[in-house]
Design a protein around this ligand. Structure first.
Ligand SMILES: Cc1ncc(COP(=O)(O)O)c(C=O)c1O
Length: 337
């Protein structure tokens, strides 16, 4: 697939985007009487609509061009943006592979798109053949997957043969030993990789997500995104976090080692029947009476996520600090006695 233009909605292809005051005059030198801002205060100016400082840092770190990056108000905004660019409401379809992150489906419902569900196999891998038999505009893949925690196999084969956009959600990639596919965005014209500052970077409150894709896709997404979609404060927080790679790496390492310790301790509990392999910062734990145990933890003010409705008898436990994990274990150990 060389040209993805035929996948884009016609009204979006021909759309004249809003041209903001900051688009028309790009320097930050001068007397600004162009955007109806208030001349007083220190957050009185609209932020950079293209978040260039942040993109420059990401571009040199990930070794991709500035034109290959779009910044979103969290990756949730990007998930939605992709549907609005490619999918005609009440006409087009998307594919999801449950159990997976819930927002692909929620946005598809909001955007009035038909959802084709191709469940993961028993070992939580993709049903490649069934996926490639379908016709849809966007295929959402999540690796490492939420809530199962595992990295998906066979991704490149699917990206190569799927006749539509592949949205690869790498929200948890920094906790994984699998390589990111960001480096492949110029090899596969239909690939969009999304990442986020909310997980390994520890900035969920900041709401910054990133889409990496070839220039054609990014430029059309830029036309559709709201002009000032990422606040000045949020851009600054993301930029600042990128200056401290040492803390980032040591926190990720700590979370990964805590994940292994917690896994061992949980397996020692008699009511824990299985822990699914995790490449993420959480564990999907199968246990007898999962809902009762989830409720018991809530009573102790330890909040996990009951996933029993999507994977029978499971709760999803985010890896906390060593002390938080100890408190969780203590509360669980009391249940057995
Ligand atoms: C797989 C996945 N993608 C995206 C998100 C949302 O990320 P953001 O905070 O960047 O909107 C989440 C949040 O839990 C997630 O699990």
């Amino acid at each position: 697939m060389d040209n993805i233009n035929y996948l884009i909605r016609k009204n979006i292809l021909s759309l004249t985007p809003y041209s903001s005051a900051r688009d028309e005059y790009k320097s930050n030198q001068g007397i600004f009487l162009d955007a109806n801002e208030n001349p007083y205060g220190n957050l009185n100016r609209y932020p950079d609509p293209y978040q260039w400082r942040l993109k420059q840092i990401l571009s040199s770190q990930k070794k991709v061009g500035l034109e290959n990056i779009l910044i979103g108000n969290g990756s949730d905004e990007i998930i939605d943006l992709v549907q609005r660019v490619f999918c005609e409401p009440s006409a087009d379809k998307i594919i999801i592979c449950p159990p997976t992150y819930g927002m692909y489906k929620v946005y598809a419902n909001i955007n009035n798109l038909e959802i084709i569900s191709i469940p993961l196999t028993e070992d939580f891998q993709l049903n490649t053949e069934a996926i490639l038999m379908q016709k849809a505009k966007v295929l959402y893949l999540c690796s490492p997957n939420n809530p199962t925690g595992n990295a998906l196999k066979n991704l490149e084969y699917i990206i190569e043969y799927f006749n539509g956009i592949v949205f690869l959600d790498e929200a948890y990639i920094d906790f994984s030993d699998q390589p990111s596919l960001v480096s492949k965005i110029n090899q596969y014209p239909n690939l969009i990789v999304s990442q986020t500052f909310s997980k390994a970077r520890g900035l969920a409150a900041v709401r910054v997500g990133i889409a990496y894709a070839n220039e054609d896709i990014i430029s059309v997404m830029n036309k559709v995104k709201p002009p000032y979609n990422v606040s000045q404060l949020n851009q600054e927080a993301a930029v600042k976090s990128m200056a401290d790679e040492a803390t980032f790496k040591s926190n990720v390492q700590l979370i990964k080692s805590e994940r292994e310790l917690l896994k061992e301790s949980l397996l020692a509990l008699e009511f824990v029947t299985k822990i699914y392999p995790s490449d993420a910062n959480f564990l999907l734990v199968e246990m007898e009476n999962a809902t009762a145990i989830y409720n018991h933890l809530i009573e102790q003010q330890i909040i996990t996520r009951n996933r029993s409705s999507v994977v029978q008898n499971t709760i999803r436990i985010t890896i906390g600090t060593p002390r938080e994990n100890q408190q969780l274990l203590y509360a669980l150990q009391l249940i057995t006695v």
